[in-house]
Design a protein around this ligand. Structure first.
Ligand SMILES: [Zn+2]
Length: 113
């Protein structure tokens, strides 16, 4: 069952959907849903190694040593990473790590703090 919002103009509860518009039969007001895409297909849920949902701006720790491409050093297990940014792709976390600079990590190798 879809829960349709009341008309924002006259508060009628007899609104119906017409394509991606909501229509009020009482005052003929038409509007679009403010919540946008309710299927949530735009927003991928990214989880850490423990299954906690990660958000932009979270801090995480790295749970295993990670080799860095083009560098002889690696990111050590236990490294704290602040202010992550979630992105699309195989490496789904964009972040900056002291001593390494801008990096991309896989969410499966971090743990939310
Ligand atoms: Zn109305």
């Amino acid at each position: 069952m879809l829960n349709l919002p009341n008309c924002p103009k006259c508060n009628s509860e007899y609104t119906y959907e017409n394509g991606n518009l909501f229509v009020c039969p009482e005052c003929a007001h038409e509007w679009t849903s403010e919540s946008g895409n309710e299927n949530g297909e735009d927003k991928k849920i990214i989880k850490d190694a423990n299954g906690n949902i990660l958000n932009d701006g979270d801090s995480v720790t790295v749970i295993k040593d990670l080799k860095v491409k083009g560098s002889s050093s690696s990111i050590k297990m236990g490294t704290k990473v602040k202010n992550i940014r979630l992105v699309d792709g195989d490496h789904d976390i964009d972040c900056k790590i002291d001593g390494f600079g801008a990096m991309k990590l896989k969410s499966e190798f971090v743990k939310k703090i």
